[in-house]
Design a protein around this ligand. Structure first.
Ligand code: APR
Length: 311
């Protein structure tokens, strides 16, 4: 029997992800959106790429959740992007309502699913999803680190003229300007990049990684990145559904690990059939720990703001 995956939000990230998953041919995909006809139309279009590409996964579009029943994984990409003149709290309040409502429906129809949260502000939305779902923390995971790490690896490969496949890197912390790229654990073909790239260049690459999302937003003018975000999410789905037990940086709620409690923070985790099966704790330098604590502080501010706004 095939797996079943639901993608909520048939916008740029959700639709690209649905296509990527269908092409893997291991799961039937249900695409949900509030806009009537949008998930149905995109779903039909994707299904018609099946004969050409060679997949038999079905793709069903829906505006309600009955068709999502019994999903193994549900990915939440629903939400709105910040519009001009909108405050951070306005955005938070709007996406809180959207993601909270989506979570209620998802949990009702797929009580045993694993939830992957993509909607921004990521760490706050993952926090809300965990709380609203009542799921154990291993079954609610935020997508941020794989994307941030992919950006870091892309820039490092460009700098070195090396294959992206040979670059191993880690980015920890919250998804945003407080992310913590771990240069010490970053290698090209097993060689620490600090031996291959001068410090000032490396610092510039770290900065560009931190601002990676904003760089794309400023080029696109409307909308934000979706090719790399959807690819990153699909890699997480692979590891869970195929029980690959890959070690990937993901946002999970910490319970004392890294000295942080009750907050979603990007850390290396083992992803398998049970979701987050292990949080890998690496020894950080005092400077790295301070950066991670700062990142946790930024996530806490958002969580406090959500409490103020009535989450
Ligand atoms: N239920 C289902 N879908 C919804 C709901 C809802 N309550 N509210 C909004 N949506 C849908 C919108 O109709 C839209 O099709 O979510 C989709 C969002 O798509 P885009 O606006 O194209 O946004 P996208 O680029 O896909 O980003 C989605 O992921 O990376 C993050 O910051 C990004 O939070 C954003 C999310």
């Amino acid at each position: 029997m095939r797996f079943k995956v639901t993608v909520v939000g048939a916008g740029n990230v959700g639709a690209t992800l649905a296509q990527r998953l269908a092409e893997r041919d291991y799961a039937d995909v249900v695409l949900v959106d509030i806009v009537e006809g949008l998930p149905q139309g995109k779903g039909l279009d994707m299904a018609q790429s099946g004969p050409v590409i060679g997949f038999d996964s079905t793709i069903t579009g829906a505006n309600t959740y009955e068709a999502t029943a019994g999903s193994d994984i549900v990915i939440i990409t629903a939400g709105i992007a910040r519009k001009p003149g909108m405050s951070r709290d306005d955005l938070l309040q709007t996406n809180m309502k959207i993601v909270g409502g989506v979570t209620d429906q998802v949990v009702k129809y797929s009580p045993n699913s694993i939830l992957i949260v993509v909607s921004n502000p990521l760490d706050a939305m993952a926090h809300l999803t965990l709380k609203r779902s009542g799921f154990p923390r291993n079954r609610v995971i935020g997508m941020a680190g794989v994307l941030d790490t992919a950006r870091f690896r892309t820039f490092l490969a460009l700098e070195l003229g090396a294959s992206v496949e040979d670059i191993q890197a880690y980015v920890l912390g919250g998804h945003g300007d407080t992310m913590v790229p771990l240069v010490r654990y970053t290698t090209c073909g097993g060689i620490p990049v600090s031996e291959l790239i001068a410090k000032d260049r490396l610092d510039a690459i770290v900065k560009r990684t931190r601002d990676g999302g904003a760089e794309i937003v400023s080029l696109l003018k409307t909308g934000s990145a979706y090719y790399a975000p959807s690819a990153a999410t699909a890699q997480m789905v692979d590891s869970i559904l195929l029980d690959k037990k890959r070690i990937l940086p993901c946002a999970v709620q910490l319970d004392g690990e890294y000295g942080i409690k009750g907050l979603f923070i990007g850390v290396p985790v083992k992803l398998g059939a049970k979701g987050c099966e292990q949080i890998i704790q690496i020894k950080l330098t005092a400077e790295e720990q301070a950066q991670l604590d700062k990142s946790a502080g930024a996530v806490k501010e958002l969580v406090d703001a959500m409490a103020r706004l009535g989450a």
